[in-house]
Design a binder for this molecule. Structure first.
Ligand code: AMP
Length: 516
């Protein structure tokens, strides 16, 4: 299925292709037609990373016309998600629709000013939205769409009362959509209470396993990815690898930059004609180029022997893609290595992949410049010592003359630097790793307290046992009667939240509710 099949307007299609999306994801295939045809209310079981935002974002930008009142309201459990969702919808629109993220922590007066100017789509956290409704600075009595994003998370965080209060301010006649990674009973109860007819769509991941030799993830910032990639390529003596990107744009971007830096890279994505595709593949299979940068869709069905690496430049959209991607190395008894770049925001996705694929994905590091240069130097040494070149007498004579009056070491060094490039540390960029979110530690709420006999050390033990995170990152442990709190760095919080997220059940760990 293609985006063209939805019969979208030209403007929307252009926006989608500008984003570099090639094909609709599973959730988009199912949800977009239903929303476009205004068929029914929906409960959609889909996780973040499946393309769910665009599955409602595309129909919204297609169907809504700019008006001076709020036509759609989207509730999210966190301010990060509110921002993400509003950015995604903004990037999909071609009309003069106004979209506003509204969340706690941002100046309320500024939000009021924007709201007064007339907004079409409001995306926000429940607390702040309710605040605006109560101040009468936000009127949602004419919305046509009410969307709950990450509904299970929202209920876990105790927002149910707020959500119900907000719902009471919406008209009877509207579309109600819920997106949720799990569908526990309380979501069904909420739906039954407020919507008469609805359909449930489940996007279920199939279980798959992999037989890959070595799987590694490396934490990087978006801005360091290219440098990290170059270093990995340089470290390997005979790099022969597939680099996976999420979109066509990214494929073009990465392959062009690699070529600029002197690599033999080729690109492959859905815009290529059959002829171009065959040409690229032939070149790659014959090792005329040793790097192929591709999208998941373009690489479907590829079968290439002897790859040394598969690199996930972007974390794949769904765990299934991961298994497909890395299934391409380690074939035919040869060892392969799969490396996944993970930005701090994507830890949760990585964790899902680990669970889904049953894979052991170990943490790795970006190779250091010293390491690469040392490797290259060793290689040059071996090459020279093992070289079996018959040297003409004239060269011997020239060598004698050169060495007569000069420092031998200097002469050899000069010749080496002329003959072998790439030993200059300055040809590498510095990687200054700053984790955008890492300084912000996360306070977690644990629904277990002193009344179950828990102590500080037993709580730490419990977390460490279940998640294998290091105990010394757990700080500020507070044990109260019925519940407790801990503070951990961003990355570990993502891991803990994923581990304790039980399908269909209330998780005993959640982000502590911030004053919204
Ligand atoms: P979401 O599940 O909405 O958080 O989306 C995850 C990421 O996938 C976002 O960065 C989207 O821009 C991207 N995305 C959504 N749909 C597609 C698609 N059809 N093809 C490629 N990327 C997509």
């Amino acid at each position: 299925m293609n985006f063209e099949d939805f019969k979208l307007s030209e403007g929307t299609l252009r926006a989608i292709f500008k984003k570099g999306f090639e094909k609709p994801t599973l959730v988009q295939e199912k949800v977009i037609p239903i929303l476009l045809n205004k068929e029914t209310n929906l409960i959609v079981q889909a996780k973040t990373g499946t393309g769910k935002t665009a599955s409602f974002g595309i129909p919204l930008v297609e169907l809504l016309e700019p008006k001076k009142h709020v036509q759609a309201i989207i509730l999210t459990p966190t301010r990060e998600l509110a921002l993400q969702v509003s950015e995604e919808i903004n990037s999909l629109k071609r009309k003069k629709l106004k979209i506003l993220p509204v969340y706690g922590g941002q100046s309320i007066n500024l939000q009021i000013k924007h709201l007064k100017n007339g907004i079409d789509i409001v995306v926000g956290t429940p607390g702040r939205i309710l605040d605006h409704i109560e101040r009468k600075t936000l009127d949602i009595s004419k919305v046509s769409y009410f969307i709950l994003d990450e509904a299970d998370e929202m209920l876990d965080m105790g927002f149910i009362e707020d959500v119900e209060k907000i719902l009471k301010n919406t008209p009877q006649n509207k579309f109600f959509l819920m997106f949720s990674a799990t569908i526990p009973q309380k979501i069904i109860s909420l739906a039954k209470k407020y919507i008469k007819n609805y359909e449930v769509i489940k996007i279920v991941d199939k279980e798959l396993t992999t037989k890959l030799t070595e799987q590694i993830y490396i934490e990087v910032n978006e801005s360091n990815k290219l440098e990290a990639l170059c270093r990995i390529i340089d470290l390997e003596e005979n790099f022969y690898g597939l680099i996976f990107c999420r979109t066509k744009l990214e494929v073009d971007n990465v392959s062009n930059k690699l070529i600029e830096r002197g690599y033999d890279a080729e690109a492959l994505h859905g815009d290529f004609s059959q002829y171009q595709r065959e040409r690229v593949l032939k070149k790659f299979k014959n090792k005329k180029s040793n790097i192929l940068v591709a999208t998941d869709v373009a690489a479907r069905g590829l079968d290439i022997d002897g790859l040394t690496h598969v690199i996930n430049y972007s974390v794949p959209l769904n765990p299934e893609y991961y298994v497909h991607r890395i299934g391409r190395t380690g074939r035919a008894g040869k060892e392969g290595i799969a490396i996944t770049f993970v930005t701090p925001r994507e830890y949760r996705q990585l964790f899902r992949i680990k669970k889904f694929s049953n894979a052991k994905i170990k943490e790795g590091k970006i190779p250091s410049v010293e390491q690469i240069i040392e490797n290259k130097a060793q290689k040059i040494k071996e090459e020279i010592l093992n070289a079996k070149i018959k040297v003409n007498d004239i060269y011997y004579k020239l060598a004698e003359e050169l060495m007569e009056n000069s420092d031998n070491k200097e002469i050899v060094a000069m010749l080496l630097s002329k003959a072998f490039k790439g030993l200059d540390p300055n040809s590498y960029e510095k990687i200054t790793f700053t984790r955008k979110n890492s300084s912000s530690k996360v306070r977690l709420f644990i629904a277990k307290g002193r009344n179950t006999g828990m102590t500080k050390s037993s709580l730490i033990e419990f977390i460490v046992q279940n998640t294998s995170i290091s105990r010394n990152v757990i700080q500020n442990v507070t044990i109260l009667d019925k519940f407790s709190f801990i503070t951990v760095p961003y990355k570990e919080a993502e891991i803990i939240l994923s581990v304790f997220k039980k399908r269909g059940k209330r998780s005993i760990v959640s982000k502590a509710k911030a004053k919204n």
